[in-house]
Design a protein around this ligand. Structure first.
Ligand code: SF4
Length: 232
């Protein structure tokens, strides 16, 4: 695939102008809430997570209260609110809260190295928290949209998130990395869809090496059917 002739920073500037309101779409009132919401957002939508978190944080407002909960209570709450994989997600967030209490006095740590040691926290979640809650991203959040857009725009040749993060890190300075992720996610959700990207209405089609032939670029293989959790 050809590299784009437009420098990445120029394409990013255009994207920012197209999505000046780009931001993290997970509602949160603290680093703790953002961390839990991000863990809950795996394989579901931010819209659903935003419906669940007011109830969850109303009952369990901090790491101490969540750490003291039984995973089954949390699973019942998540299930009632329509969240899939509720047993696994309940175990993840209770384990995470217990890790915060045991290792960090209930506070959310501020480094990638400490965050990824917490149960259920990977680089993506850690980078979200560092970038959004603390304004200090160490890397780039590579979710499904960032992955697809980076490939379509010719900013990476890899389909592996860690390599894509390195490629984006080499192209963009640290100060741009948080907004880079939000902007790519906004563009992916509104214009550059996985299926049928709307290249005809895309404001960066002149800078995109995949324009009008992107349908099969950056798509993930279909997921196997999701196993439904057993009753909590
Ligand atoms: S031109 Fe098409 S493939 Fe390229 S960014 Fe725009 S919508 Fe996506």
């Amino acid at each position: 695939r050809a590299r784009p002739s437009t420098p990445p920073e120029a394409t990013f500037a255009k994207l920012r102008a197209l999505h000046p309101d780009a931001h993290c779409e997970l509602d949160h009132g603290s680093a703790f809430e953002l961390l839990v919401a991000t863990v809950l957002s795996a394989q579901t939508t931010d819209v659903l997570v935003n419906k669940v978190t007011p109830h969850l944080f109303g009952a369990y407002p901090d790491a101490r209260s969540l750490a003291g909960a039984e995973p089954a209570e949390i699973a019942a709450l998540l299930r009632r609110l329509g969240m899939g994989m509720f047993n696994q997600k309940a175990r993840n967030i209770v384990g995470l809260a217990r890790g915060l209490i045991e290792r960090h006095g209930g506070e959310v740590p501020r480094t990638l190295a400490e965050l990824v040691k917490l149960p259920g926290v990977g680089r993506k979640t850690a980078n979200v928290v560092l970038g959004v809650a603390f304004g200090a991203p160490e890397g780039v959040v590579v979710d499904t949209h960032v992955q697809r857009l980076a490939q379509r725009l010719g900013w990476t040749k890899s389909d592996k998130p860690e390599q894509i993060e390195r490629d984006l890190g080499a192209l963009f300075p640290q100060r741009d990395r948080d907004m880079l992720s939000h902007t790519l996610v906004f563009h992916g959700r509104r214009i550059c869809f996985a299926r049928k990207p709307t290249c005809g209405g895309c404001g960066i089609s002149d800078a995109c090496p995949s324009a009008f032939r992107a349908e099969n670029v950056g798509r993930k293989p279909p997921r196997p059917p999701r196993r439904r959790d057993a009753q909590p």
